[in-house]
Structure formats: C-alpha cells, structure tokens
Unconditional design. Sequence first.
Length: 155
Amino acid sequence: MEFRAETRFLRVSPQKARLVLDLIKGRRVEEARNTLMFTKKRVASHIGKLLQSALDNANFLATEKGLDVDIDNLYVKHAVANDGPRMKRIRPAPQGRAYRYQRRISHIELVLSERGKNGEAVAQVVGEESSPAPAKTRRRTPAAKKAAGKKKAAK
C-alpha cells in the first residue's frame, strides 16, 4: 500500500528541492525525519511538513479505514520535485534598461510505502552469495593513432 502527499506552488526552485529530496529517498520515515530536522536548507522544513502529512495519511487509513498498516515499517519510496509555473520579473538595469529574470516554483510529491514482512527492500544478509556473477564484457582497445606527416622545410 502506498500513501502520498503533495505540495504545490512552493516558492523554491526544483533544483534546490531535489538536493534535499535526494537525502531522504529510500530511507525509513524516522530516519528521514531526523535528516530533515538537521538539514540547513530552507526547503527542508517544507519537506518535513510534507513527510508528516504523508505519515498522517497512512495513520488515517490504518485507523479509520481498517487497513493493516505498520507505521514503523514505512519508508520513502518516491520523492520528486517538478517545475511549476514561472513568475517573470523585471530588475532595473543601468541607463534606463531592464533585466528580466524568472522566479521558479516547484510541485513536490512524496510517496511512502510499507516494506514487506521479510524486508524486501532491505539489503541481503552478509555471507550469502545468491547474486549471479557479473556478465563478461568485451573491452575495446583504442585505435592506434596515425603518425603525423613530416613537414617539408621551406627553401
């Protein structure tokens, strides 16, 4: 089961939001909350509220709708920051001119999911060699360079 939350028209550039979202992707909810709490980016507080909203959505479905959801077993499955509409602005420039610039807006989407009972998304136990051997790859040798032609001396 997946639980999602979305915030739209957030006054931060998507590039800056992605920096913080990359810190919490794939982590457990408790780890993600602690990471956001100690991140010094301004957008981290907004993403923290969004994470709490997704957690509240999961809690609501667990209590009100009767779904069997283990809140402690949730992790951040998907976190993305998309472009929103851009606000065009003008800044005064020397000699009566004007420079145009754009204020970027982002839409952030966060999806929480529950890990399987046997920890499907958790790394394998140390000592097990269940992964197949890597396939042999054919390596290319670089082509030999041609020797530069001799220049004739001018008379």
